[in-house]
Design a protein around this ligand. Structure first.
Ligand SMILES: *Cc1c(COP(=O)(O)O)cnc(C)c1O
Length: 405
């Protein structure tokens, strides 16, 4: 794209995402402001938490200022410390690993599956050591990890499970909401996610024995929640806490989004379906692949992504689309191969599958008000790239993940 926002096709650019407004945000914001209660844990914070608890059958939801804050609380609730190890994918956002590393524990990166790009449950047991304390699965794009197997491994070895469900609000695994299955789960309402409050998140407390301490850690290490409930006659400092309560302003905005959850998911599902249909002949011809949504799983379609046959095809297609104003984008740089990953002792080549899959992934524009014409333009451009600019290779380039093609 040129810096003035135009592109050689003369069409306006199509962003990767654009936050959607339901129309109820301003009215809820003005209610919060005129009520005089704009701090945290007021009526809108409780309404948001209550809606999530009810809709997703979660014992206790604590709203937080971000998913990052929720992951940090979760890591503390797992009692992580120096010498401990936590299993997680390298293909994730930095916050999943930061939560572990900031407590002095070691992130043990395990390869991902080629079909979903989620933690490969069949490789977890080989990564266990006597120091393993927890597993942090990440539901990439909103598609569920194999939670049945992961929980069975965790229970057999006495490990905690924290689901990073940042991208998986309103997603399902065998009839259960993601975020409600592990001992703890975390949600994000960041501007780039499906349901937004600018910055925002939630901690799902599914293990009842963790709820009381979670409330304390989130409220500066005090037992103020018990005081508000009348369970103690004054509140005081009882633990080392954080300030992780969002304001009513953020929760008033979010409540409007949570109420529109069903419509938002339906729209994103339609967008995903149209991409799959529009590009089905290229998929059949083996030029690209969509992720698999496993049996019994329901996705909120946070990310619509393609897997290309090689990293060089991905890069060429991404450049081709961007030149024409379509902001298709790669995703996570595997954490083990980042400067911080190297400081932890990891190197390029340590996780060849993850590296290969990350290099072949391309995200397509997906947002509520993506128009039919805009989506057609994306589909046409991808099709044209393959027919005109990247004729089918005689022999496919060798790929480490070739099992999958
Ligand atoms: C977005 C995201 C986060 C962080 O969410 P914030 O609310 O921005 O802190 C964490 N993990 C994953 C997988 C994410 O996609």
């Amino acid at each position: 794209m040129r810096t003035d926002g135009t592109n050689p096709t003369g069409s306006p650019s199509i962003p990767l995402h654009r936050p959607y407004l339901t129309g109820a945000e301003l009215s809820y914001l003005s209610q919060a402001i005129t009520s005089g209660c704009i701090r945290g844990d007021g009526p809108f914070t409780r309404r948001c938490a209550g809606l999530l608890e009810q809709k997703f059958a979660i014992g206790k939801v604590l709203m937080t200022p971000s998913c990052t804050a929720a992951l940090e609380l979760a890591a503390t609730l797992c009692d992580l410390g120096p010498g401990d190890e936590v299993i997680l994918p390298s293909f994730t956002f930095v916050s999943t690993a930061n939560a572990i590393v900031r407590l002095g524990a070691r992130p043990v990166f395990v390869e991902i599956r080629a079909d979903t790009l989620n933690l490969d449950e069949s490789r977890i047991e080989a990564a266990l050591t006597p120091r393993t304390r927890a597993i942090f699965p990440v539901h990439y794009g909103g598609i569920a990890c194999e939670m049945g197997r992961i929980m069975a491994i965790a229970n057999a070895h006495g490990l905690r499970v924290v689901e990073d469900a940042a991208q998986a609000v309103d997603a399902c695994y065998r009839g259960r909401a993601l975020g409600s299955i592990g001992h703890l789960g975390t949600y994000s309402f960041h501007e780039t996610k499906n349901l937004v409050s600018g910055e925002g998140g939630a901690l799902c407390c599914n293990a009842p024995e963790l709820i009381e301490r979670a409330e304390i850690l989130r409220d500066k290490g005090t037992n103020r929640a018990k005081f508000f409930r009348g369970e103690v006659d004054k509140y005081t400092w009882v633990d080392v806490g954080a300030s992780a309560i969002p304001s009513e302003i953020a929760c008033a905005f979010l409540f409007a989004q949570l109420e529109a959850m069903d419509a938002i998911k339906a729209r994103r599902r339609a967008i995903d379906r149209r991409y799959r249909e529009g590009l089905s002949s290229l998929a059949t011809a083996g030029r690209l692949r969509f992720p698999t949504i496993p049996e019994g799983c329901d996705s909120p379609f946070h990310t619509v992504f393609l897997m290309l046959e090689s990293g060089s095809t991905r890069d060429a297609l991404m450049a081709y689309l961007r030149e024409r104003g379509v902001m298709a984008t790669f995703h996570f740089i595997p954490l083990h191969d980042s400067p911080m990953g190297h400081r932890l002792g990891y190197r390029e080549g340590d996780l060849p599958l993850t590296e290969d899959l990350a290099a072949r992934l391309l995200r397509l524009p997906t947002f509520f008000d993506l128009s039919e014409a805009e989506q057609s333009r994306v589909i046409d451009l991808v099709t044209r790239f393959f027919t005109q600019h990247a004729p089918a290779p005689k022999r496919r380039e060798p790929s480490l993940a070739s099992v999958d093609w």
